[in-house]
Design a protein around this ligand. Structure first.
Ligand code: SF4
Length: 307
């Protein structure tokens, strides 16, 4: 594991996904109430370089040499990846290294900027978020940096659809009582029709959120909304894939690197690292005793995160 690469992590949508993290922890234009990384201390829309591209590419090359199964190379991780102005160059360089498809997760906040749209054109899949299509609900759920306007975001997504020849999988995270009213869903439906994504993924608060009062919808509630949205909307189901062969290197380091990006259960960690559950549990207990991690209970499941 390196500072810029984690996994491959089993992902519900991307198979074994090698995460590429090009943003310092929790550098974001949003402060979503469901964020699994906690609150954003300082929101920003300023694009920067943050790290050297060589440093990041070295980490990716090393991961590609490791022989582990990788289905996607995915820009995601500690914040909003399009805030790194090297993202376009990095995607192009990865394309020279490997035929493995590249995915980018983005909160869509900067997609109205032409340079941002251009930087994503070489990706194979872009997974933009759109949790609300009206200004008041957008503010409630995503708590954006003040200059980010939802109308402009939706227009940016429409423009991106026109230019981009890869797949767009729009992700909607629904939070109970916040962005799930019939009026909110109707507004989303209209915006989705204009954006015309290849897929619409409905998700909810499945990991410990930034705000303890951000609650998930039930499967039945998600089903109702799926029916209301119609078209390509689908509920993102749980991941069921065979675990990876064991990753080399220290288990302690690997677990710390994994949980620093997102809270994970014992099962998630064992699957991501290709280790057996008992071995992972032993290591988790050591890390708990050393006060390097802690447990957070969410919806009846124990998630581990850094202390
Ligand atoms: S969920 Fe994503 S977009 Fe929202 S605050 Fe967290 S990192 Fe930013």
């Amino acid at each position: 594991m390196s500072a810029h690469v984690y996994g491959p992590v089993p992902s519900r949508r991307l198979g074994f996904s090698l995460g590429v993290d090009i943003i310092p922890l929790k550098t974001c234009s949003f402060d979503c109430i469901y964020c699994q990384l906690g609150r954003t201390k300082k929101k920003t829309i300023v694009r920067r370089k943050f790290f050297s591209s060589q440093e990041i590419l070295q980490s990716i090359r090393a991961a590609l040499r490791s022989g582990q199964r990788i289905d996607f190379i995915t820009f995601s991780g500690s914040g909003e990846p399009t805030l790194n102005r090297l993202i376009g160059k990095l995607i192009r360089e990865i394309k020279k290294l490997t035929p493995i498809p590249v995915a980018v997760l983005t909160n869509s906040s900067l997609i109205s900027q032409k340079s941002v749209r251009e930087s994503l054109l070489e990706a194979d899949v872009v997974i933009p978020s759109l949790d609300a299509a009206t200004a008041p609900t957008f503010k409630k759920v995503n708590r954006p940096e003040a200059s980010v306007k939802i109308k402009v975001v939706v227009k940016g997504l429409e423009s991106f659809r026109r230019d981009f020849t890869g797949e767009i999988w729009l992700e909607v995270v629904l939070v109970k009582g916040i962005n799930d009213s019939p009026a909110d869903i109707e507004a989303l439906k209209k915006a989705i029709a204009r954006i015309n994504p290849d897929r619409v993924h409905l998700n909810t608060v499945v990991r410990p959120p930034a705000e303890r009062w951000a609650f998930p919808l039930t499967r039945e509630e998600l089903e109702e909304i799926r029916a209301q949205l119609g078209g390509p909307a689908e509920i993102v189901a749980d991941f069921h894939k065979k675990p990876q062969p064991a990753a080399a290197g220290s288990l302690e380091e690997a677990i710390l690197s994994l949980v620093s990006r997102r809270p994970a259960t014992t099962k998630d960690i064992a699957a991501a690292l290709g280790r057996n559950k008992a071995e992972v549990l032993r290591q988790l207990n050591d890390l708990l005793s050393a006060k390097k991690i802690r447990v957070v209970r969410h919806k009846g499941r124990d998630f581990y995160e850094p202390k």
